[in-house]
Design a protein around this ligand. Structure first.
Ligand SMILES: [Ca+2]
Length: 227
């Protein structure tokens, strides 16, 4: 027992070191507008995707078009893309095609989005702040390529590049996840509420990433207790 008590703080210390890429309650701040900065996300994806869900939370006062999540393959730069052409519209691309979701213009608050797609039906779900939008469909039977450049902050027009600075993101991004499945409604809501989530290809609590340019990791500012 004595030995165990002695070791616990040591183990906790090691866990602290290993958890360096845990971004829980942290955000990426994209400071410039327009910006050439971006963040590369790394994941080990071995097979093409027949289903996926991508979720993230953003905070910006941009009114110009901007990219939120850009997943390009060598064959298709808009393989998966979450794009906001204007404050009251989201575009969700799969394999170069897109569906549009009209949303209320934000109250200049954080917006949480999840978008999912399944090949078998082509059904695309879009959830904003824990609420599902009417489902749409695209790219039935398509498969999403596994060899991808996954970027936050810029919209790719070629594999890992081809940026338009006036489509860059400026503001704060957090809680970025990618799953190789569709999420159940319960898990969609759990993502919005920052509750426990299933294992993912990209996990905010264990993110492999590389910052390119003017992006800073900071604690998230909490507006009020309990939010
Ligand atoms: Ca593009």
């Amino acid at each position: 027992m004595g030995h165990l008590q002695l070791w616990l703080p040591v183990l906790a210390g090691l866990a602290g070191i290993l958890a360096q890429e845990d971004l829980y309650r942290k955000v990426f701040v994209f400071r410039k507008d327009p910006s050439d900065a971006y963040v590369v996300l790394r994941t080990r994806l071995e097979q093409p995707l027949h289903n996926f869900t991508v979720c993230l939370r953003s905070y910006t006062d941009l009114s110009r078009p901007h990219s939120l999540f850009s997943y390009a393959t060598k064959a298709q730069d808009n393989e998966i893309l979450l794009f906001k052409p204007k404050p009251e519209e989201y575009r969700f691309y799969v394999g170069g095609k897109f569906v549009t979701y009209r949303v209320p213009e934000g109250r200049r608050d954080w917006e949480h989005v999840c978008a999912s797609w399944e090949s078998a039906t082509g059904i695309a779900e879009f959830w904003l702040n824990g609420k599902p939008w009417p489902r749409k469909g695209l790219q039935r039977g398509y498969t999403v390529g596994a060899t991808a450049a996954i970027l936050l902050g810029q919209e790719q027009d070629s594999f890992g590049g081809g940026f338009d600075l006036y489509n860059s993101f400026s503001g704060e991004l957090t809680d970025v996840y990618l799953w190789d499945t569709g999420l159940s409604p319960d898990k969609m809501r759990a993502a919005f509420l920052s509750l426990r989530l299933p294992p993912a290809l990209l996990t905010w609590k264990s993110l492999s990433y590389e910052v390119k340019g003017d992006v800073v990791v900071k604690p998230r500012l909490r507006e009020a207790l309990g939010t």
